[in-house]
Design a protein around this ligand. Sequence first.
Ligand SMILES: NC(=O)c1ccc[n+]([C@@H]2O[C@H](COP(=O)([O-])OP(=O)(O)OC[C@H]3O[C@@H](n4cnc5c(N)ncnc54)[C@H](OP(=O)(O)O)[C@@H]3O)[C@@H](O)[C@H]2O)c1
Length: 282
Amino acid sequence: MILLTGATGKTGFALAQRLSRQGTPFRVNLRNSEQANRFSGMGCDIVVGDLTKPQARRQALAGVEQVCLILANFEGQQATEQAIIQEAAEQGVQRVVKLSSIEAHPDIKARIPQSHFQVEQSLKASGLDYCMVRPNFFMQNLLANMPSIQQNGSFSYPAAGARTAMIDIEDVADFMAAVLQDRSLRDQSFDISGPEILSFEQVATTIGQQLGREVAFQACSAKDLEDKLKGYLDPWQTEAVVELLSDLVLDQSARLSDDFEAVLKRPPRSLQEFVAGSPAFN
Ligand SMILES: NC(=O)c1ccc[n+]([C@@H]2O[C@H](COP(=O)([O-])OP(=O)(O)OC[C@H]3O[C@@H](n4cnc5c(N)ncnc54)[C@H](OP(=O)(O)O)[C@@H]3O)[C@@H](O)[C@H]2O)c1
């Protein structure tokens, strides 16, 4: 039995669909029972609970062999993931597959990848088998720019000159499903990226070609982005996202990796394929 956390989220739901198609026994943890109908017909166990709470962690992990650890970025993410790992070790779980970040390394200052790095360290020290799946920037992040693209023909990040090798979440889910299936993969870290390093100007051109209109990337200030996010995110998340996007200028996401193709024996999808296949751009 695999416990899938974050199953209602973007990556988690895509992964649940794959596990269901494979006929892999799995359990999803939901915070809100009203989300349960999204999983009807998938043949999975459903448990409801807030994983910041010890009782919910115990209940979710009972009888589980593997955990697929995916959680949202929030102030308690690091502590919650570390508590899940500790509980997993106590309950005799064999392997944890963690969704981390390609930017998670000891010198990173931005709090989100820093917290992924700390969780990776805890997982490595736990004695559990592990696989770290460390994706680059998600192509789906671009969808949040659609209102601005529709209204102004442009989008902006505080990231002048930045480049990324962004990856499609559908590929992240394919990759995680393959890793969960292959129990011979243990104590490994996989950096997964898309097939090309692109500047945001090139991203804008690709989106514009798909939409049939001119789209521009305009670098903004960190303060501009902060003002924009304030209405949607809590103060911790606002600061965390601003610092993450501002750090793109450090070019740490301008990195290609062969790990995706080595496991899946096919190249990851390009941005052009992503926008061509996404209803938001059609
Ligand atoms: N965006 C990127 O470019 C990028 C790149 C690399 C790595 N990542 C990492 O990917 C992860 C996010 O993946 P995603 O975008 O697929 O996630 P997402 O769509 O934000 O979904 C997050 C999931 O976490 C669940 N959750 C949050 N708090 C919870 C709690 N206390 N108890 C139980 N469940 C809880 C949410 O449940 P509810 O539905 O109840 O809210 C939801 O299912 C983050 O760790 C991020 O750092 C992102």
